[in-house]
Design a protein around this ligand. Structure first.
Ligand code: SIN
Length: 310
């Protein structure tokens, strides 16, 4: 019987599939649905210091090949998610969860991470360096100088396991430059990729979402080749202690298999989870296991990162 168990850092997960930040993770009711599904863990909605309403609606739109969204980090605030995570640590001590966060300024990011450091939180923290949807705020990880400075400051005081959520990169030189920066730090993981930022979807003659005159992050089937390229490019370049979470374009077990083949240790599902609901984890786990069994793979390690070249 094939197993989809996996590890990130020193933490074990019964299944390598989980939600992507932004989907089914706004409040505890949604997160409970992920806990009660076949997912191996959950990540919270990216928390900011204070509660945010996010951008005006409509701000999410499904298309045949995926979605466009410009949510603008609506969330219930840092304390809400930390409180819930600390509660779960007591009631489900055997499980590990991910806490996604970012400040609206570097100062705010330091406040959040210092609070995590001082708290009893024992799980994994994911710093979101890639939200494309807050008007006036750049996707931080496209500015590698700022990213290096930020990570240098963070690792002066942050001693818990930390990962970063990245935007997609599109150039070999950028893969090299980004990997050189990330390799300088004791990161536990990177997560590739957030949505492809600032796409446009048009219906007849009009945009389909309100914020930023229709510009928004693109997710779903459109982005799988870009996501796989990012996972594999960083798998080839990062020191082995930095693991990779693969996110983007996972509709089927075959898509999850490809992310793992490219080097992912865990696979997140966003758009497909939004469209199908948490039952998606059972379907995709079964499809992934069927592929593994057909190929004679018992564990993810049998094929993780073993993409073949011509
Ligand atoms: C959003 O809230 O706008 C989406 C989250 C993200 O892209 O990081």
């Amino acid at each position: 019987m094939s197993s989809t168990k996996t590890k990130i850092g020193n933490y074990e997960f019964q299944n390598c599939l989980m939600n992507a930040a932004g989907v089914y993770c706004y409040n505890r009711e949604e997160l409970e649905k992920i806990i009660n599904s076949e997912a191996g863990s959950f990540v919270t909605k990216t928390a900011t210091l204070n509660i945010r309403e996010g951008n005006p609606s409509p701000r999410y739109y499904d298309t045949n090949l995926g979605c466009i969204n410009s949510m603008g980090l609506p969330n219930l605030g840092f304390d809400y998610y930390l409180g819930y995570l600390l509660e779960l640590q007591k009631t489900m001590p055997e499980c590990t969860f991910f806490f996604s966060l970012v400040g609206l300024s570097q100062e705010e990011t330091h406040i959040l991470l210092k609070r995590v450091q001082e708290s009893e939180f024992k799980g994994l923290t994911e710093l979101n360096l890639s939200c494309p949807n807050v008007p006036g705020k750049p996707q931080i990880a496209y500015d590698l100088e700022t990213t290096e400075k930020l990570l240098t400051e963070i690792f002066n005081y942050f001693k818990k396991p930390l990962g970063i959520k990245l935007p997609p990169y599109f150039d070999m030189v950028h893969f090299n430059q980004a990997a050189e920066v990330f390799n300088k730090f004791p990161l536990t993981f990177i997560n590739c990729v957030n949505s492809i930022g600032n796409g446009l979807v048009i219906n007849d003659e009009t945009v389909v979402i309100k914020p930023k005159n229709g510009f928004g992050g693109i997710g779903g089937e459109y982005i799988k080749p870009t996501a796989l390229a990012n996972v594999h490019a960083f798998y080839q370049r990062l020191k082995p202690s930095i693991q990779i979470i693969g996110t983007g374009g996972v509709l089927t077990g075959r898509d999850a298999f490809e992310h793992i083949l490219c080097g992912a240790s865990m696979v997140q599902i966003g758009t497909t989870l939004q469209k199908e609901g948490p039952e998606v984890f059972k379907r995709i786990t079964e499809e992934l296991k069927a592929i593994m069994e057909e190929k004679g793979y018992k564990t993810l390690e049998d094929f993780r990162g073993k993409l073949k070249y011509l």
